[in-house]
Design a protein around this ligand. Structure first.
Ligand code: HEC
Ligand code: HEC
Ligand code: HEC
Ligand code: HEC
Length: 507
């Protein structure tokens, strides 16, 4: 009998303890919800992230730590073939892997892609190249309207866009609920037949704030009086996958000029290329986590606990740094085991990345040679189209740096197709080269960044000289003007932004 009493007491104690635990978890969730909804705040210049600090110190501290991810990985040094496949397009001048949100504006200023505008010379790129870099963009879209924002060259907003990605990119100022401040997201969702942001579930909103910037897009020429605005547009009408997006781009009916879309013509091969840009959101949806409803924020902004308060970790970074909070709530495997699974996925992607991009680069160079020795438009059209199809798929798979993990099957599947297209292009070009007496043509060595950029036709020394001048003469003036207009958040602009692949790696 005594045994049963003891057992009963222990069980009761356990139930009570469990009750406390559950109510404790409940209280923390309540606390987070309370913080999340309701309290009226008043922020005068919301694009200045330091103004949010006094209301939300924990989120601010996390956000500021995105500064810790500072390393610059020069992707063209790693994969010189990039300079060939992007020849004639600014990406072949300079391209680094992404790093912390804190550096978004600095990196946009630093990249050789935007050129070295001055009083006399415009940037080669449109204002749209600021779109996913700053909460000042949201402010400008609100004050100038979409067309006002998207009209003109990149340098037009040099003294207006000065603050890195911050709270105002993802939150409303009055209730601090999640928002998307960029109209093209809802337009893209509508085109795809998906619910718009306001009609989405809370969990989906935790994806869509990221999808504002981590999605494939193109610049749609749109008349604005005499001028033409280049409007960021999501190619989602036929669906969000690589094949559906390409079918959209290939259908001239979707474009004002009635022709299939191209971002540029490759300078060497003349192939009409669509440049894929970080379709993280789309690939995520096609992977197992996306399909099971896990959101970007679950892994990249896991919950954190401080005393009785539970909040979202605003240090958006690689979840491998926070596996205990990002993965372990759902997985039983050890961190080491999960890491080794990821390493295998990464290595496989890297192998297919290399095969596909090196074949694509060789195809571009072979096409260049074929033109040189007199191949006709009719002979070239099929192989150039194969290059276009292959390069799109390769870029779609790898421009999203996390795709190897977010959607490993899809990533490897489209990389395999990319490589097949590239091989088909090369086989066709071999025949054309033979017909014109160059059966034994061997492509020149593009094995280093220097060699590849020379083949792409850039005078890198000149580009870098111009850039240095731009940085010493124009950028300080922009910052002064932004300061005078009260736009610059001086409290958090303490980074040393002279880190760029052209400046000297990780100096
Ligand atoms: C890239 C988008 C993004 C940025 C930038 C961002 N947040 Fe958040 N924030 C989120 C997401 C996602 C959540 C989770 C919302 C939810 O599930 O309710 C969140 C949650 C919050 C919450 C609710 C409590 C919590 O922590 O879960 C507060 C308060 C908040 N953020 C404040 C800020 C502040 C202040 C800044 C700027 C320093 C900021 N956020 C920057 C996306 C962002
Ligand atoms: C306003 C645009 C914007 C929004 C919103 C945004 N990002 Fe980013 N993100 C960027 C840009 C731009 C970079 C690259 C910054 C650089 O390299 O200077 C980046 C970089 C990253 C990186 C690499 C960080 C590192 O340390 O290597 C991750 C991971 C990331 N974002 C995830 C997210 C997630 C998750 C969300 C939503 C919670 C999100 N981003 C919302 C624009 C955005
Ligand atoms: C909210 C829950 C959740 C979180 C958080 C989560 N996972 Fe998963 N994960 C799943 C589910 C569900 C599956 C599907 C497999 C299943 O049903 O058992 C899965 C599958 C996987 C797989 C095998 C599928 C594949 O792609 O090959 C790996 C590996 C994985 N997760 C790693 C991670 C890592 C690493 C993290 C943290 C960065 C993480 N997961 C975070 C729920 C989660
Ligand atoms: C299940 C967890 C999980 C989910 C959900 C998830 N990610 Fe990731 N993400 C990861 C992991 C793990 C990596 C690889 C990190 C590494 O290699 O260090 C990664 C990598 C990335 C990278 C590349 C970072 C870099 O510096 O190379 C970006 C950008 C990114 N994710 C954005 C997103 C966005 C946007 C979403 C939602 C649309 C999302 N992620 C959803 C776990 C996740």
């Amino acid at each position: 009998m005594k045994k049963y009493v003891t057992l009963l007491a222990v069980s009761l104690a356990a139930i009570v303890a469990l009750g406390f635990l559950v109510s404790d978890i409940g209280a923390k969730e309540d606390e987070r919800q309370k913080i999340n909804a309701g309290r009226q705040i008043n922020i005068e210049s919301p694009a200045q992230t330091s103004q949010w600090q006094r209301y939300f110190p924990r989120q601010f501290d996390g956000w500021k730590k995105t500064k810790d991810s500072r390393e610059v990985v020069d992707m063209i040094a790693k994969w010189p073939a990039l300079a060939i496949v992007w020849a004639g397009y600014p990406f072949s001048k300079d391209y680094n892997a992404p790093r912390g949100h804190y550096y978004s504006v600095a990196d946009n200023i630093n990249t050789l892609r935007v050129g070295a505008p001055s009083e006399k010379v415009d940037s080669p790129l449109p204002t749209a190249c600021w779109t996913c870099k700053s909460p000042d963009v949201v402010r400008l879209m609100e004050t100038k309207g979409d067309l006002g924002f998207y009209t003109g060259k990149w340098n037009k907003w040099g003294d207006e866009i000065v603050n890195a990605i911050g709270c105002y990119d993802c939150h409303k100022t009055d209730t601090r609920e999640l928002k998307v401040g960029r109209a093209y997201v809802d337009q893209g969702l509508r085109a795809a037949g998906m619910p718009v942001f306001a009609d989405s579930t809370h969990q989906t909103k935790r994806d869509l704030v990221c999808a504002q910037c981590h999605s494939e897009y193109y610049f749609r020429p749109t008349p604005n009086g005499e001028a033409t605005a280049m409007v960021v547009t999501l190619p989602w009408k036929n669906g969000l996958g690589a094949e559906e997006q390409m079918s959209y781009y290939n259908d001239g009916k979707n474009f004002p000029d009635g022709k299939p879309f191209k971002d540029y013509e490759n300078k060497l091969s003349k192939a009409p290329i669509v440049k894929a840009q970080h379709p993280d959101y789309e690939l995520h949806l096609s992977g197992i986590h996306g399909k099971k409803g896990v959101s970007c924020a679950d892994c990249h902004m896991p919950y954190k606990q401080e005393g009785a308060t539970k909040f979202s970790d605003h240090q958006v970074q690689s979840p491998l740094a926070t596996m205990d909070r990002s993965c372990m709530p759902c997985h039983r495997e050890s961190e080491a085991k999960l890491k080794s699974i990821l390493k295998e996925k990464y290595d496989r992607k890297e192998t297919l990345f290399g095969l596909a991009v090196n074949n694509l680069a060789a195809a571009h160079l072979e096409a260049q040679k074929a033109w040189e020795i007199g191949a006709s438009e009719a002979e070239m059209s099929a192989p150039l189209n194969l290059i276009r199809e292959g390069q799109w798929r390769w870029d779609y798979a790898v421009a999203s740096h996390g795709g190897f993990f977010h959607a490993p099957d899809e990533t490897l599947f489209i990389l395999a197709k990319a490589n097949d297209y590239a091989q088909q292009a090369r086989a066709a070009l071999k025949i054309t080269l033979a017909k014109h007496g160059a059966a034994d043509y061997v492509v020149p060595d593009f094995g280093t960044k220097e060699k590849a950029q020379k083949l792409a036709g850039w005078d890198m020394a000149q580009l870098i000289d111009d850039k240095k001048k731009f940085k010493s003469e124009i950028v300080p003036a922009w910052n002064e003007q932004a300061k005078e207009k009260g736009l610059l958040d001086e409290k958090i602009r303490d980074y040393d932004d002279d880190v760029a692949s052209w400046f000297g790696k990780n100096k």
